[in-house]
Ligand binder design. Structure first.
Ligand SMILES: [Zn+2]
Length: 255
């Protein structure tokens, strides 16, 4: 059947599509688009698989090149620290209400594990929790979508740090933060949005010493422990904020 998107009832959130009268259903998106959904057609194959075709209206005007270049350092204190070629630095905080929601979820998860296995109460609690998980995940995706869209809107060249997963995952506290922060998803979104709008995305080599090198003189000041938030370059005396310096070094890869 075909149904029109009259009140914005058809929409995509994360890996789910919302259809009128049906609600949210999990789906695999085969093509990424950006535009207004006009209608949806649902068809079923003989094997019982469902297909949703969306009619999308896209803006006519070609995308104009953006003005700036930007270097993005992914941090723990902040979600990201970004500096552009006008030397404007922005520290993007981890959304606080999201952090709190995630903390509540963890507590609910622990409460659930204390309920008797197989009991009706446990099953009920499990469902409630699954829905909450879904909502928090969607909010996280929403945050990432808005941020990545704005970055791609404003910048023609985007340089983003790629993380050394093995090294970072060895630290359990760090691994948790990485999981929460959704950096992998963020880079994935930057990647397809850059492709869609004709931007250049540069993923820095994981071994690029963005935190070690002085962005003023280029001297490699050696490894910096995670607790080192600020440092002074021995060679030129420049004083650096760890993350801002890293974002400047990443910006340097844009040329
Ligand atoms: Zn220096």
């Amino acid at each position: 059947y075909t149904t029109n998107n009259q009140h914005g009832t058809i929409r995509i959130e994360g890996d789910r599509v919302r259809l009128p009268k049906v609600g949210f259903i999990r789906f695999t998106q085969h093509r990424i688009f950006d535009g207004e959904i006009r209608s949806a057609t649902v068809a079923m194959t003989k094997t019982g698989k469902f297909f949703v075709s969306l009619l999308v209206e896209q803006p006519d005007e070609p995308w104009v090149p953006a003005e700036h270049k930007i270097g993005i350092d992914l941090g723990l204190g902040h979600f990201a620290v970004m500096t552009n070629d006008a030397l404007v630095t922005e520290k993007v905080p981890n959304p606080r209400n999201l952090r709190e929601a995630e903390e509540r979820l963890r507590r609910a998860q622990r409460a659930l594990s204390r309920k008797k296995p197989g009991s009706r109460n446990r099953e009920k609690a499990r469902l409630v929790l699954a829905k909450k998980h879904e909502r928090v995940k969607n909010r996280r995706h929403d945050f990432l979508h808005k941020l990545s869209r704005r970055i791609v809107d404003e910048n023609q060249v985007v340089v983003v740090e790629t993380l050394k997963p093995r090294e970072m995952m060895q630290d359990r506290r760090l691994a948790k933060s990485i999981g929460d922060a959704g950096w992998g998803e963020f880079v994935r979104q930057l990647e397809y949005k850059a492709r869609f709008y004709g931007r250049t995305l540069i993923k820095a080599d994981p071994w690029f010493a963005s935190t070690q090198v002085c962005s003023s003189c280029g001297e490699n000041g050696g490894k910096k422990g995670l607790d080192v938030r600020e440092w002074t370059c021995d060679a030129c005396g420049a004083h650096h904020d760890r993350d801002v310096n890293a974002s400047l070094n990443l910006l340097g890869l844009a040329d």
